[in-house]
Design a protein around this ligand. Sequence first.
Ligand SMILES: Cc1ncc(COP(=O)(O)O)c(C=O)c1O
Length: 396
Amino acid sequence: MVGSETRYQAFLDALGKDHLRRELSVVEARDARTLLAGGRTYVNLASNDYLALRFHEALIARAAEWAGHYGTGSGASRLVTGNLDLFEGIEAKVAALKQKPAALLMASGFQANASVLQALFDKGVLGAEPLVFADRLNHASMHFGCKAADVHQIRYRHGDAAHLAELMTQYQGDSRPKFILTESVFSMDGDIAPLGEIAALARAHDATLIVDDAHATGILGEGGRGLSDGADIVIGTFSKAFGSFGAYVACAPTVRDYLVNRCSGFIYSTALPPPVLGAIDTALDLVPAMDEARAHVASMATRFRARAHDIDFDTGASATQIVPLIVGPADAALGLSAKLREAGFWATAIRPPTVPQGTARVRLAFTAAHHDADIDRLLEALSECAPSEAAKAVSS
Ligand SMILES: Cc1ncc(COP(=O)(O)O)c(C=O)c1O
């Protein structure tokens, strides 16, 4: 082992001791509701395919058709020869869905946050280091974008508009450009940011509001348009409710042009491939009319939360299709995930640093593919490992 590898190994060993080491599990997926692993079928409660679109025949058909017509790759970045005629139609559909004048497709949600934020917060262009007010629990990719731009984040307590107001007031006389950065639905908590209050603060302090709408677009809001109405710039992904891959920025035309000229993730990366564009395009056609699927998911999550509380599980402030079972220590989350697996459910333990210390959890995500009977069976399984029982099982 060379010197660096010894260090990496020591790091991994330390993670293992703290129950924080991550492992890849091999799974097979043949439909949106279940997955196969080690010869057993599980109900998949760990997928963000909220509308169960990734196995939808129309998406698969257009993906195959576009691969046949336009090839499997786009061949170059959009600024070279990858700007296939397909992009503009899709961007118009995204702009319409998000009710913004323009949209730009990006390679992935992570890449969008990492490189779009870097470009938007460019000190050279803005003339000063911007004041970036950010929710403490924002996704890792947003932190990455802030780091890449080398800006200090002024972090407010999670979902706390009063704290944000307090911090913004402290900088009231400061003429540096101001931004507020938040998710609409938080990926690990399933709670919703107080976006009305945050948008009002943005207006009052002449700040640009940037919302990551990854977990709301498609599944929440009127016609699945998400929860980003008051935002100036919206970033979202097609990898979740849209059942595919890729991401978007919805914004003013000037911001779009600026990103085309300044955003490294856009300029230096190959354009999305035609089959993926075909799936996105079809999902954009289908999503507005999927109210029934959205209502089904919401009703399962609401019913689940109520009954989970009855058996003393802590679901935090979840109000969406994402429902965490917060148990605290990392080993307790691993123990609960293992119990659920024994009962035929695939639900992943989420541990620090993805969530704050002491708040490890099993994250459940309900999708349109789940049946009411799945929820009943899940609750039955959980009642056998209610918090006190789970803690006993882990410590014995
Ligand atoms: C809030 C949020 N933003 C961005 C991403 C990244 O999106 P993608 O999976 O398309 O890279 C995720 C997904 O993990 C997310 O939860």
